[in-house]
Design a protein around this ligand. Structure first.
Ligand SMILES: *[C@@H]1O[C@H](CO)[C@@H](O)[C@H](O)[C@H]1NC(C)=O
Length: 393
């Protein structure tokens, strides 16, 4: 009798394990090579990628799209949802854009995900080959608008993990009108002098977390646009680049605000700015509130801490009014290191809507081994702890 029980429990276990295995293999797996993509970097793989996407998107069970080692040539491509279930994209290979920058044309995007709920992207390398486009812009010729490398529009529950992107024409990664997005361990790289190659741009999005990432770019490492709420950035390396920027804001009169943004544990190296808030000097209903910048190291940064409400790059067509963007409740805590200019702390707030509730705590920024300076306009707040430069608030 005992023997029979043992045998039957073994059988039982066997069936349970087989059942689990069958369930697991039910998760549909789609390899782009099986849909005709060639990993040679020369044969256009756009159609094959789209066919793969269609199958995954129509799969009733969760599915995985697999992009193996090799180089896949991809033109401007839209991966459109909604899909029937979650999709995981595993990338071991490199996606390359056509060498001729005009091929991405005036689309504004290279790889675009629209209305996808539940997408995770693991690994992968993007090479947008932006140099031709930058050269066109520098020469002042008539150039196409340019393409952002990877964009998510109206996407929810997104994970982007371990992605590397080099030489984007414009921004590397754009998160627009999304909810609940995790970006971790990404590397975004473009030359120091490449125009408008922001690392990550977030706007009109709630619940975005960016951790463990490195940005070396020609524009903002992370730029935060109107309508951003509950954004957390942690363990960030920035530079070269223009720093982490909230704004530019106040482009429009009716503009959504930015609130609850935290940057913690960051290192800026040789960047133009560290933490920056910028708005145009014109009327706006926009605002910035509940912001925390803490535990930050500055290494040779030109403007480590700056609020600029007279933002006007290149001094062209400046509005020359007073910014309506209300900036309040911004805390700077434990920010240390070196400034590449004498003025390490700059608060140039709006005369019509002054900055309020600005807190400085434990700041130590030096310039040429001496205390740096600070300047304040139209600002109220408090300061505490060790303060170098002396607080002007
Ligand atoms: C602020 O954002 C964080 C995510 O960074 C979130 O956990 C927290 O709940 C938000 N706070 C409020 C008051 O919404």
């Amino acid at each position: 009798m005992a023997k029979l029980t043992t045998v039957s429990s073994f059988l039982c276990l066997f069936f349970i394990i087989s059942f689990i295995c069958i369930q697991a293999s039910n998760a549909a797996n789609y390899n782009v090579v099986r849909f005709g993509a060639k990993p040679d970097g020369k044969t256009e793989a756009t159609k094959a990628f789209l066919k793969t996407w269609e199958s995954a998107c129509n799969s009733a069970t969760a599915s995985t799209i697999y992009i193996p080692k090799g180089r896949f040539l991809l033109k401007a491509t839209v991966f459109r949802g909604p899909c029937k279930n979650r999709i995981t994209v595993r990338i071991d290979g490199t996606l390359v854009a056509p060498l001729d920058y005009r091929a991405l044309g005036n689309s504004g995007y290279w790889i675009l995900f629209i209305e996808v709920n539940g997408i995770s992207i693991f690994g992968g390398k993007l090479d947008a080959k932006g140099a031709g486009f930058w050269a066109c812009r520098r020469s002042g010729k008539n150039c196409p608008v340019g393409a952002r490398s990877i964009t998510f529009n109206w996407a929810d529950n997104v994970v982007i993990s371990g992605l590397t992107s080099i030489n984007s024409q414009l921004s590397h990664l754009v998160i627009n009108s999304c909810n609940n997005v995790v970006v971790r361990n990404v590397k975004l790289i473009a030359p120091d002098q490449s125009p408008n190659t922001d690392g990550i741009h977030v706007q009109t999005s709630t619940g975005v977390t960016i951790t463990g990432s490195t940005m070396q770019t020609g524009d903002d490492c992370i730029s935060i646009g109107p309508g951003t709420k509950n954004l957390l950035m942690r363990d960030i390396k920035c530079g070269p680049g223009h720093g982490v920027s909230i704004g530019s804001l106040g482009k429009e009169l009716n503009e959504a605000g930015v609130q609850n943004v935290t940057l913690t544990n960051a290192v800026f190296t040789g960047s133009d700015n560290g933490v920056r808030i910028k708005s145009w000097a014109r009327p706006s209903k926009g605002f910035v509130r509940n912001i925390l910048f803490q535990n930050i190291v500055m290494r040779n940064v030109e403007s480590p801490i700056i609020i600029d409400q007279n933002y006007c790059p290149n001094n062209q067509n400046c509005p020359r009014q007073s910014s309506g963007v209300k900036i309040s409740k911004v805390t700077y805590r434990n920010i240390r290191g070196t400034s590449a200019t004498e003025e390490a702390v700059t608060f140039d707030c709006s005369p019509s809507t002054p900055c309020s509730g600005i807190r400085l705590q434990d700041i130590k920024l030096t310039y040429m081994k001496m205390a740096a300076t600070s300047s304040c306009k139209n600002i109220v707040g408090t300061s505490s702890g060790e303060l170098m430069p002396q607080s002007c608030i």
